[in-house]
Design a protein around this ligand. Sequence first.
Ligand code: ADP
Length: 187
Amino acid sequence: MIKATGLIFLGPPGSGKGTQAQLLSKLAGIPHISTGEILREAIDLQTPLGQQAKIYVERGELVPDSLILDLIRERLAQADTEQGWILDGFPRNVNQAIFLDNLLSELNHRSEHVVNLEVPQEVLVERLLLRGRKDDTEETIRRRLQVYQDQTFPLIEYYRQQSKLCAVNGNRLPEEVTESLTKMMKG
Ligand code: ADP
C-alpha cells in the first residue's frame, strides 16, 4: 500500500523551483524539503554538516553524496511526509536518483510527478545575478550552471524513461507557473 506521493522539482539554478516549491507546499499543506536550504542553515549555524558542506557550496559544486543521503533518508521518514512531500534540489545526480528510488520503495512512498522547469540559459544568469544570495557571485553561478548541465541534466532522461517527467515553462510570471503546477497536481 502506497503511504504517500511526492513531487520532485528538477530545473536549473534560477529556474524558480524554490519559489514554486514553497508556494505549492503551503497550498497543498505538505512539507517542502530543500536540500539547499538545509545546507545553508547548517552553514550559518556552523554545525558539523555545515562545516563540511561550506567549501562545496561556496564553490558552486555539489556536496558529496555522503553528506546528503542520510539526511534525506531521515527527513522523508518523518511523520509529516505521510500526506505527501515536495523535494527541491534533490536528487541532483544519477546516484542520488537511484538512492531515492530505493528509499521510496522502502518507505512505501512514490514520486508521482517530476517537474522540469524550463528557462533559457541567458534568463537564468540574469535572474541569479539579480537574486544576489550569498552563493550567487558571477563565478559561482557559472560553475553551478555547468554542474547542472553535467550532473543534473541527465536526470531528465532518467525520469522520462520512467514516464514521470512533466516539462513546465518557467519563463513566465510566477503566478502563471503556479497555476500550471496546481492544474498538473490535480489532474
Ligand atoms: P540552486 O538551485 O539555486 O543552485 P540550491 O539551494 O538548490 O540552489 O542549492 C545550493 C547549493 O547547495 C548547491 O550549489 C550545492 O552546493 C548544494 N546542494 C543542494 N542540494 C544538493 C544535493 N542534492 N547534492 C549535492 N549538493 C547539493
